[in-house]
Design a protein. Structure first.
Length: 169
């Protein structure tokens, strides 16, 4: 499989992650989104900002405009979240940015995908394609955290929300 084919496959996973995240925002108030599980732990809002931060590193490396949010607070540890955007702002920024990023990734050449990684990554990733693969894996981890936090806060579990949706042909 070529690097461009791998990148296209990864954008399919990004699109699935998009769908999971949008479902995870169902029933979510700004208060619950910002609520930390334990003193100093990441909230749902921090997790979303953190995912956008990592996607934006890929976007910056390929000349794709990032989301219209300040992502600096999500590059480090979580805060109390009082200054985090509202859920509706996160949702709008995610949808708009994600569509643009996936399209830009699909336009990348083999040479561009082989360029050095735009971010320092923990598993020895060296290329832009490696960084994209890491971002996709990393999103799965944080989507799981978001799902756990939703359940902890008494909201309908994400898996139940997804199972209740009609099947897509």
């Amino acid at each position: 499989m070529s690097a461009t084919e791998r990148a296209h496959a990864l954008t399919s996973v990004l699109k699935q992650n998009d769908a999971v995240l949008i479902v995870a925002l169902t029933e979510l108030s700004d208060d619950l989104a910002r609520r930390q599980l334990r003193n100093g732990g990441p909230s749902i809002a921090w997790n979303i900002g953190h995912l956008l931060h990592h996607r934006n590193q890929i976007a910056a490396a390929i000349g794709c405009a990032g989301p219209a949010l300040d992502l600096q607070p999500y590059s480090t540890t979580a805060t109390d979240g009082n200054d985090y955007p509202a859920v509706v702002e996160f949702r709008a920024a995610w949808i708009e940015f994600s569509d643009r990023l996936r399209a830009a990734v699909c336009e990348l050449s083999e040479d561009r995908l082989g360029m050095p990684s735009p971010m320092r990554l923990p598993h020895g990733e060296r290329t832009l394609l490696d960084a994209l693969r890491f971002v996709v894996w990393h999103e799965g981890l944080h989507l799981g955290q978001i799902s756990l936090l939703r359940s902890h806060h008494g909201l309908t579990p994400v898996v139940s929300l997804i199972s209740a949706q009609p099947a897509v042909a």
